[in-house]
Design a protein around this ligand. Structure first.
Ligand SMILES: [Zn+2]
Length: 443
């Protein structure tokens, strides 16, 4: 409980009124609450009454709102908004072939930056304040995130194959070290080493990346056990191993690995993931759309594995809507287990917030509304017909709310969305995305 700490006399920002869902361990909530923000961090939480004598440079009236921690999207390829809708209604392998060809022809520093800005805008408007991005030219997405006030986890991403026009493996490792050195000093950017998968990288390549992660004490992120089609490819590249085994043999699994998808797992693999402290980014929309299967997140959670939520890239998903991902995860899990009590509304909202922070190792700085954490907040306007009546805010949010209900977003203490509009102007970036789409279509 955090109510014992008094409100300061003066804060940078004071949010007052509204129903605060802290998403802390005790699921503390304040019906007519207040949050003080000082130097980008939460300096007090309590009732509006307790904050009565606090003055602030900015006072935000939150009456009629529910306030939650900013959502955390733990798996995304943000610039892939460029290819949204380009390769729908086909299996993963066909999808990848089409998209990889478009990437080879159309990716540049400018297009990746523009695609990232569009995706980050889409996410901020839906209440996301931190996302994990696995993509080429990571500095471009970071540039967009900085412009727009979004926090992110980034890092060098690797696929094994090289063409004559792409850098060699050694060049890629060297470029990765340069990138790491340029951002490792920042406390608002998390770096992970990101091998694409054990079906695009062999044993030596994965062990090289584990060594790189060890050198800089970094976590790792990869795709794993996504679709049945990868089993054969992984076995060929890793002497008969299944994906999780390949990640274990190379030491990847032990680097606080964040595994996207984790759909096709047996009991031993679930136990191994739990034992090694790896975490999961569950991407139910992407998995369903590509017919990859449905991750058994009930079994993973029962084994003690931290399960978070991701949207995957906008060319497989096809949008970056965490509210849809939440609902899909919940309904599929209830259907799969035959148990409507599996994954409650509270647990679901936790999966999109504090469990996301835990999956990334960021639970000390974000993911819940607690004193000392970054002020990463999303505010929902509860006046919509589809949110009325509201017997229980957790249920209303989990099962009825959507991104259209987010009216204000605060990231690192600064308002980044106000009255449902982005503060940052990204009209030029959006124009470039449209222009690129025209070129793709004309090709
Ligand atoms: Zn992915």
């Amino acid at each position: 409980m955090t109510s014992a700490i008094p409100f300061p006399q003066q804060a940078d920002t004071l949010i007052t009124g509204g129903h605060i869902l802290c998403m802390d361990e005790d699921f503390t909530d304040y019906k007519n609450g207040a949050i003080a923000i000082t130097d980008g961090k939460i300096s007090a939480i309590g009732t509006a009454d307790q904050a009565k004598s606090t003055t602030a440079n900015e006072i935000i009236d939150a009456q009629g709102s529910v306030i939650i921690p900013g959502l955390i999207n733990t798996h995304c390829h943000v610039a892939m908004t460029l290819f949204r809708g380009l390769a729908d209604d086909r299996p993963l392998n066909d999808f990848l072939t089409t998209v990889w060809a478009a990437e080879a022809a159309h990716l540049s520093e400018e297009t990746v930056y523009a695609g990232a800005a569009l995706g980050i805008g889409e996410m901020l408007l839906s209440g996301v304040t931190h996302f994990v991005d696995m993509y080429s030219r990571p500095a471009c997405a970071l540039k967009a995130a900085d412009k727009m006030g979004m926090s992110m986890t980034t890092g060098p991403a690797f696929v094994g194959f090289s063409r004559p026009d792409t850098p060699t493996w050694e060049d890629k490792l060297e470029a990765a070290e340069k990138l790491i050195s340029s951002i490792i000093h920042r406390d608002d950017v998390q770096i992970m080493i990101m091998p694409h998968s054990s079906y695009t990288l062999d044993h030596k390549q994965l062990t090289d990346l584990v060594a790189l992660a060890e050198k800089y004490d970094l976590r790792m992120h990869t795709h794993g056990a996504e679709a049945p089609s990868e089993m054969e490819q992984v076995a060929k590249m890793h002497e008969g191993a299944r994906p999780i085994e390949a990640l274990a043999r190379t030491g990847t699994l032990e680097r606080n690995l964040l595994i996207a998808h984790a759909v096709h797992l047996n009991e031993e693999e679930i136990a191994l993931i739990a034992q090694k402290g790896a975490t999961i980014s569950h991407c139910p929309l992407s998995n369903a759309k590509l017919s990859s299967g449905m991750a058994d997140i009930a079994a993973l959670r029962a084994a003690g594995v931290t399960v978070s939520l991701g949207t995957d890239g906008a060319s497989s998903g096809n949008d970056l809507d965490m509210w849809k991902a939440m609902r899909h995860a919940s309904f599929l899990t209830k259907s799969l287990t035959g148990n409507p009590s599996e994954l409650t509304a509270k647990e679901l909202l936790a999966m999109a917030t504090i469990e996301g922070a835990k999956a990334l190792g960021l639970e000390k700085t974000t993911g819940s509304i607690e004193i000392g954490k970054h002020a990463d907040l999303a505010m929902l306007d509860m006046s919509a017909l589809h949110l009325t009546p509201n017997f229980d805010s957790y249920s209303t949010l989990a099962y009825a709310a959507g991104r259209e209900d987010i009216h204000r977003v605060i990231s690192k203490g600064k308002t980044v969305v106000k009255d449902r509009k982005l503060i940052a102007d990204i009209s030029e970036e959006v124009a470039l995305v449209k222009e690129t789409a025209e070129k793709i279509q004309a090709a």
